[in-house]
Design a protein around this ligand. Sequence first.
Ligand code: UDP
Ligand code: MG
Length: 319
Amino acid sequence: MDISIVIPLFCEEESLSELSESIVKVMNENKYSYEIIFVDDGSTDKSWDVIESLSAKNSNIKGIKFRRNYGKSAALNCGFQDSQGNIVITMDADLQDSPDEIPELCKMINEQGFHLVSGWKKKRHDPISKTVPTKLFNWATRRMTKIKLHDFNCGLKAYKKDVVKCIEVYGEMHRYIPVIAKWAGFKRIGEKVVKHSERKYGKTKFGIERFVNGFLDLISISFVGKFGKRPMHFFGLWGTLLFIVGFIIAAYLAYAKIALDTYKMTDRPLFYLGLLCMIIGSQLFLTGFIAEMVSRNSSERNTYLIEKKLGIIDNIKIQ
Ligand code: UDP
Ligand code: MG
């Protein structure tokens, strides 16, 4: 199968038939073999009924329904696992992304060898309360992850099959799929300017809290990526440094007290600073130890993705 189109949706009943019609049109025009996987993220409206009737008419249209609303990341992850196409396209269900971009995206993957191509909503049709913070968000993500994308959270993206089968999208990490892909070793990440339309029906499912959550996720994803498997290298370093600073301060104060005997140690503000540094330093160090124990006990402490093997005979067991 050429293409799987994964569409996470939450209460988008009005858009679905229009969306599937326009996708099917593009697929037929280009003679792709395809499947459309609607992942209904616990909609409370008639979305699932619409999906059922669409699927009855066209066997390429498939559906997965969650028991409750788990979030866009979970929906994407589930769709990724069940997809069969050599290229996997994700798009939003709200008609803001255009299926006309799909052939070009596929070309970039097939011919230019990209692992992942992300859409870039260069000309956005969203309220200003969303576009300005998004610029900031993209800038921060670019700086922290060193991935040169203008629009990390575009719903329209294309992936090579290997990518979606190797990565796991959890929590609210759908905003950072290119980052997750990069860590999994898929470094050829491209970008394509895509058309973007206004939301036609319903309203956005993410409120202002998206920016707070997105920012916190950025911090945790960069931390986990760098130190997730070796937390002591972070906490141990800063803990030790802070402790040494505190110790030097305390030693100096003790020396000043004994040798010069000019003042009471506790009269000096520096005393409290030294104390604070030593306490926080040892706390950081201990946090490092605990984090190290946690990661040591994780079943994923030693998982790596193998691309190829040469001349290796698998499964030799030592008797
Ligand atoms: N979505 C989802 N689960 C959720 C929230 C959103 O599957 O809990 C879907 C939603 O139906 C849409 C896509 O994610 O297809 C993007 O959502 P939305 O258009 O509200 O986001 P925005 O365009 O405002 O960033
Ligand atoms: Mg939208």
